[in-house]
Design a protein around this ligand. Sequence first.
Ligand code: HEM
Length: 402
Amino acid sequence: MPLDIDVFDLNRIGPDFIENPHPTLHALRARSPMHRNGDGSVYLTRHDDVLKVYQSRAMSSDKTAAFGDKFGACPLFTHHTTSLVFNDPPRHTVVRKLISGAFTPRKLTEFESLIEGIVDRLLDQVEDMGRLDLIDDFAKVLPTEIISVMLGIPQEFRARLRGYSLAILGALDPVVTPERLEAGNRAVEEFGAILSGLIDHRRANPDGGGQGEVLEALIFGEHEGRRLTQDELIQNCIFLLNAGHETTTSFVGNALGSLFDNPDQHRLLRDDPGLIGSAVEELLRVESPLQIGNRLALEDIELSHGTVPKGTYIHTSIAAANRDPAVFGDPDRLDLARRPNRHLAFITGTHVCLGASLARAEGRIAIGRLVRRFPGIAQDGPRVRVPLARFRGFASLPVRVR
Ligand code: HEM
C-alpha cells in the first residue's frame, strides 16, 4: 500500500519507522522533500537541501528556546544548552578550539596504537567466548575505553557510560515519554556529580600520567584569554563522552548487521582487506548512526522546492540524504567499493564532527580485524534495535565466531 505522505509527521512517528525508515524517507524525498510537520517545522530528505543547510552560516544550532519548551528548567535543559553542539559562535568557537587541540593528526597517530591494542585484547576475549553479544562484549567496550582514557575516567565508572548516554541522548528523540525524561535527568545529575569530582581532582593534580589529556586541555586551556567555567566543563565532558562512544558503538554494530545482511559484500571484505577504507565510508552511509539533525533558519533559505522562511525549525534527514538516488546509484545497495561516496554521516560546516577521523580509525581497525580474524562470524539470535529514531543502533546483536 503506498504511504500516505500527506499525513506523515516526524513528531508522531512509531516503531515501524524506527525499524526501517527508508520506505518512508524515499517516499518523502520523491513526493514531499520539504515536508511540513504539524508544528510548522520542515523535514528535509534531499541530499542537496541537507548539504545546503549544513553549509549555510545563517543557521542556528542554539536550542535554548526549543529545549525550554521541550524540557522546562531541569538538568537535561542545562546539559543540552551548554554542550558545544547546541551552541552558536562565539560561545561554540571557544569550546571547539579547546577540544580540537586533542584531535590533531599527531594525536590521532598516538590513538591508533591505543585502538589496535584495545581491539586485539578484545578479540582475544571474543575468541575465548565463541558466542557473544557483539554490542555488549565488543562494540561498546572499544569506544568507551578510548574516550575514557582521553578524559581520564576511572575504570569503576566506565561500565555506566552507555546507560547514561542512551538516557541523555534518548531525550532528544522527537517523541519522549515522561519516564524517559526522568531517566535522562537522573543520568545528567549522576554523571555530572562524577565529573565534577574528577575535574576538581585533576585541577589540583594536573599530571594524569598519560590519561585524561583532553580533560586537562579543557580545564587549563585558554582561548582569547577565556577559560571554561565549571558548568561548561562538566556539560561538555558529558557531551564528549556521549558523542565519543554512543555513535561509534552503533557504527560497529550497524556495520556488522549490514555485512550479515549482505553475505556477498561480507565475503568481499574478508577476501580483500584493502577494501576497508571505502567499506568504512559505505557502512557509515547505509546505516548512519546519527540519522536526524536540526537547525533554526536565521534567514530565508532557498532550497530545491522553495523558500524556507527565517524562523523555521529544520530537521535534516541524514539517513535520507545518504540514500538519495540523485547522488548515489542504486542507493539501497551496500557496495563496499563505492567511490566517490559523498555521505553526510559526519555532516559538514561549523559543527562538522570533531571525532570523525578518530571514529573512522576505530571503525577501520575494529571492523577490519574482526572480519579478518573470524572468517566464520555469523549472527546467532535475534537483533534488538535501540528504540530511537535519531540514533540508529542495536541494543543487542548475538553472534558466534566459530
Ligand atoms: C561513527 C561515529 C560518529 C558519528 C556518525 C558522528 C556524527 C556526528 C555528527 C552528525 C555531528 C554533528 C551534529 C550536529 O551539529 O547536528 C557530530 C558532532 C560532534 N562529534 Fe561526532 N560522530 C561520531 C563519532 C565521534 C567521536 C568518536 C567523537 C569524539 C571523541 C565525536 C565528537 C563530536 C563532537 C565534539 C561534535 C560536536 C562538534 C561541534 O558542535 O562543533 N564524534 N558528530
